[in-house]
Design a protein around this ligand. Structure first.
Ligand code: PXP
Length: 261
């Protein structure tokens, strides 16, 4: 299965000091050398991490395909078309969110999404939609003209972390998920089933299927087992681990965990 390494968080660290350190191009080089099959970056409207010049340089210099995430915004879509990454992934974006919190809302913005897909496809850029896992979102993604879907695994990851890590004992505990272990286990099983069912349905519709958000060294095996998912995009956990082990080792380790035998 393909490992897309999201290097946004290297740029987060750089922007914290407004210097060129750590160098995002060095991160690109190390990730590619260490087994990344794809580089994923998100050009946010507020430019909080990845900058326009990063997009240009990364697309030009990457040895592996670049998956550029962006909002359905006319100016941003224009920049994507100019840079011609190997794929665009349309994601929802809210100014005040810490990270992408849920999948794209496909019904209220369907005309804008259709227009964005048509414009990107006209520039020979295939489009993936970042959506919550359900039969309905798969059907709607197909109807809107997407070539691929990326299933949002955030809820799965939150449930997994509330069951299997110290998160509930920390001040980042997820209040809505402070439930009994039995309930969490049942909800986790339901969410995995939802992801499986959505992935199967998408493949039946002729869509390629990726997944991502909140995946880490502990929970990723659950997604690797779902054969319809051909790609995982992972960022925060890899960059977090690289603080202790270096980016090379962090990517290599994740590559090992995501390789199907
Ligand atoms: N896929 C998409 C579409 C995303 O928006 C993100 C977060 O930027 C990721 C994958 C990676 O998520 P994480 O950083 O939690 O691994």
């Amino acid at each position: 299965m393909k490992l897309g390494v999201n290097i946004d968080h290297v740029a987060v660290l750089r922007e914290a000091r407004e210097v060129n350190d750590p160098d995002i191009l060095q991160a690109l080089y190390v990730a590619c050398q260490s087994g990344a099959d794809q580089i994923t970056i998100h050009l946010r409207e507020d430019r909080r991490h990845i900058q326009d010049i990063d997009v240009k340089n990364i697309v030009m210099l990457s040895k592996v395909p670049v998956n550029l995430e962006c909002a359905i915004d006319k100016d941003i879509i224009e920049i994507v078309c100019q840079n011609k990454p190997h794929r665009a992934t349309l994601v929802p974006e809210k100014r005040h969110e810490i990270t992408t919190e849920g999948g794209l809302e496909l019904y209220n913005h369907s005309e804008d999404i259709k227009t964005a897909i048509a414009k990107l496809n006209a520039s020979e850029i295939p489009v993936s939609l970042f959506v919550d896992p359900s039969i309905e979102t798969m059907e709607k993604s197909k109807e809107l003209g997407a070539q691929m879907v990326e299933l949002h695994t955030g809820h799965f990851a939150n449930l997994f972390a509330m069951l299997n890590s110290s998160l509930p004992y920390s001040n980042h505990s997820i209040k809505d998920l402070e439930l009994s272990r039995q309930t969490l286990e049942q909800e986790l099983a339901n969410e995995i089933e939802k992801i499986k069912t959505a992935a199967k349905h998408a493949v039946g519709l002729g869509l390629e299927v990726a997944a991502g958000h909140g995946l880490n060294y502990h929970n990723v095996y659950k997604m690797v087992k779902i054969s319809e998912i051909i790609e995982l995009n992972i960022g925060q956990s890899i960059v977090a681990r690289s603080v202790f082990t270096g980016l090379q080792s962090a990517v290599k380790e994740m590559k090992k965990l995501t390789t199907r035998r």
